[in-house]
Design a binder for this molecule. Structure first.
Ligand code: LMR
Length: 394
């Protein structure tokens, strides 16, 4: 049977990870996969997470199944972190999922179950895995303009023009904050205009929020998501704990389905649990338990927030350093957008030839579309990257 299988195309981000590992150069720089690294190049287990792990080890008495939707205490804690009361708890259905990707996948499946003809509008560009999952599920996608490579900002006019094509029952996938891969984000008034367009068209927002706390702070990063959830009749939200809790390999996510009409909550909840059962039965619990412990314990939570804030500020200062180094070397403000962008990524707008030259000649690894992971840099490597970009013709 297996002879009928075809080779699958390699995932670009994961292939880059492998290529980096295989490069023998000592001074190579990894700006690929979205994993936070501290100035020493380490992805640490956060202090509060470590303390929560110790507590679980000491106190946990069973590893019997939780529920199909995961532990309700985890859902409550995450709903409050993301939504902070923007909608009544009774309007939210939620299931724990294996990572943010699991939440995205379940959301797309729910959309297909509810409306097999729904089209999903995605930003151009978006996280490549959004596109491959949608294709795998046979869901039609429509790209809307998003990134203006000339300014490094959002092409908002283009986006609004493309959203004019929405029909009732379509879905618009939006990044709650820290857009991946570009780093360019909508302003408050732009979010308002998008919400009005969605509501006029009868389209549903789906928000992917995987970097809460990495941009402007835990609350500011969730503002748009909260506004959408309270202003639209229905919203899907896929949240990830991989990055802001640093628990990548624990696979910890939450899918929320919000309906202003709370009579729909029960059936939505049942459908989400059904999807979990069909795909993997019970969701993983370890990461979810860590998150719940951290969020519900004042001391652990304060420590987590302070460490997360250090992470955020470290990335911001690297952004500023890189933008000013580029300004010094190019004698222009061409790369000023790096300091304006938020989150872990920036798309630099370099050609594939330059991206290739940086890898071959300098051992600098970034995704082919010139997305860099800011956290892959440190104070010493920022000038190395800037010089290499200029030498390569960027
Ligand atoms: C990324 O975009 O690099 C991360 O979200 C990791 C991944 O799974 O692609």
């Amino acid at each position: 049977m297996f002879e009928h299988l075809k080779e699958q195309p390699a995932d670009k981000i994961l292939a880059l990870m492998e290529a980096y590992k295989g490069d023998p150069r000592d001074d190579k720089i990894d700006l690929g996969v979205g994993v936070y690294k501290n100035p020493e190049g380490i992805t640490p287990v956060m202090r509060a997470v470590k303390a929560a792990e110790k507590r679980i080890w000491e106190e946990q008495e069973t590893k019997a199944y939780t529920g199909l939707a995961g532990d309700p205490a985890y859902a409550d804690a995450m709903i409050s972190l993301v939504l902070d009361g923007a909608v009544p708890r009774s309007a939210v259905s939620a299931v724990a999922t294996p990572g943010g990707t699991g939440a995205v996948r379940q959301a797309f499946e729910l959309i297909r179950m509810a409306n097999p003809g729904a089209r999903v509008f995605v930003s151009d560009p978006t996280w490549p895995n959004h596109l491959t999952i949608l294709k795998y599920l046979g869901i039609e996608t429509v790209a809307y303009r998003y990134f203006d490579s000339k300014t490094g900002g959002v092409d908002f006019d283009g986006m609004m023009e493309d959203l004019k094509g929405l029909k009732p029952g379509d879905v618009v996938l939006l990044h709650g904050c820290c857009h991946n891969p570009t780093g360019a984000n909508l302003t408050g008034p732009e979010w308002d205009a998008v919400i009005a367009t969605l509501n006029e068209a009868g389209a549903m927002p789906m928000i992917d929020i995987a970097y809460q706390g990495f941009g402007d702070g835990l609350d500011v990063d969730a503002l748009a998501t909260r506004e959408v959830a309270s202003a639209c009749p229905e919203t899907l939200i896929a949240a990830s704990c991989s990055k802001n809790f640093g628990i990548y390999r624990e696979r910890t996510g939450l899918l929320m389905a919000i309906s202003q009409d709370s009579s729909k909550q029960k059936v939505a909840q049942g459908n989400l649990a059904y999807l979990n059962r069909q795909n993997y039965s019970f969701p993983p619990d370890h990461g979810a338990r860590l998150v719940t412990l951290v969020l519900n314990d004042d001391k652990l939570r304060a420590d987590w927030q302070s460490e997360l804030e250090d992470v955020r500020l470290n990335m911001l200062s690297l952004r500023e350093q890189l933008a000013s180094e580029m300004q010094r070397l190019t004698k222009s403000d061409r790369y000023g957008f790096i300091a304006q962008h938020r989150g872990m990524f920036s798309r630099l707008g370099l050609s594939t030839e330059i991206v290739e030259a940086l890898r071959k000649d300098h051992g600098i690894y970034m995704v082919g579309d010139s997305r860099i992971n800011i956290a892959g840099l440190n104070k010493e490597t920022v000038p190395v990257l800037a010089k290499a970009i200029v030498e390569a013709g960027g």
